[in-house]
Design a protein around this ligand. Structure first.
Ligand code: ATP
Ligand code: ZN
Length: 286
């Protein structure tokens, strides 16, 4: 079908589970048999391609896939011409410079004239030249963190999430050079039909993301407290207020942002709210 989009996701690795979960949360069903490279969605105009993450930007740029889910680090390093459609908020990590932990470090000038091992020569090269540092970059594809201990480099530039891999290799993180998360990318020349399907997908992704950031809240309060509580809980339009069977009491329902959660709860209790329930939202259409 002309409007079917091919969505490339990582076959197996740190992006795979969350990518597949997002597609399923968007209500798109498909069978992912082990070892399968391709799967047709049963209820949406899409086909999933399961690929190595490094290949995804190139395939999307060439139009083999129409859209893809990829780490921003891999996208920027690939230097492929594709459209970044949406940040997805998972697989967050950073690309950092690290050196042996017993070596003193003052600032980035430390790396002047040094040897640095990395799988991200482009991102590192750009960062160093922006800071007027000349260093020798050794591109290696894996196990970058062992390079200093085997005498291959003075430092490394690699993905860090908790820092425990660095620590167990006797390294310390000294500069964060790039912050990454999973992103949705698309081919720059999608047909009108495919563009429409992408917009449907994007609408669903945004609804899933909004739902995760908000909670549904229910509480009971004396009628005298309703006005004050309505001020504390703005809701999507305004809160729902309903009478309780008990005379003089109301039930209030609303939606709150997760960042405001604890602050709001305290205010509500002070205002006289009781029996507060907070419930996750599955989808939220804005
Ligand atoms: P492939 O076999 O597909 O080439 P890979 O080994 O290159 O996989 P992964 O280790 O699965 O890649 O990581 C994929 C992406 O997940 C990385 O490019 C990065 O964006 C993100 N990532 C890497 N490490 C972490 C981490 N510790 N926590 C969260 N996200 C991470
Ligand atoms: Zn990879």
């Amino acid at each position: 079908m002309k409007n079917t989009i091919r969505i490339a996701v990582q076959k197996s690795g740190r992006l795979s589970d969350a990518s597949i979960k997002l597609v399923r949360e968007c209500g798109i069903d498909f069978n992912k048999g082990t070892g399968k490279l391709k799967s047709e969605a049963t209820n949406f105009s899409a086909e999933l391609l399961f690929l190595r993450d490094d290949d995804i930007p190139g395939y999307v740029a060439d139009g083999v896939a129409d859209v893809g889910i990829i780490g921003e680090n891999v996208l920027v390093e690939s230097d492929q011409a594709v459209t970044l459609v949406q940040r997805l908020g998972f697989s967050k990590c950073r690309l950092s410079l690290a050196i042996p932990k017993n070596i003193d470090y003052a600032d980035i000038s430390h790396f002047q004239g040094k040897d640095i091992a990395t799988s991200y020569p482009k991102i590192l090269g750009n960062y160093l030249s922006k800071h007027n540092i000349t260093a020798t970059i050794h591109e290696i594809s894996g196990s970058v963190e062992i390079a200093p201990s085997i005498g291959l480099a003075d430092g490394i530039c690699d993905i860090v999430s908790s820092g425990s891999t660095l620590l167990s290799n006797g390294l310390k993180e000294v500069e964060v050079i790039f912050k990454s998360e999973a992103v949705l990318i698309a081919n720059e020349q999608l047909t009108q039909e495919k563009q429409q399907t992408l917009q449907q997908l994007l609408f669903r992704i945004k609804s899933v993301q909004a739902a995760k950031k908000n909670k549904y809240i229910l509480l009971n309060c004396p009628n005298a407290a309703v006005e004050e509580i309505k001020e504390i809980l703005p809701g999507m339009k305004s809160p729902t207020v309903m009478p309780l069977a008990t005379e003089g009491w109301s039930s209030i329902h609303s939606v709150i942002h997760e960042d405001d959660f604890w602050k709001v709860i305290e205010h509500l209790q002070q205002a006289g709210a009781q029996g507060i329930l907070v419930i996750p939202i599955e989808k939220m259409i804005l």
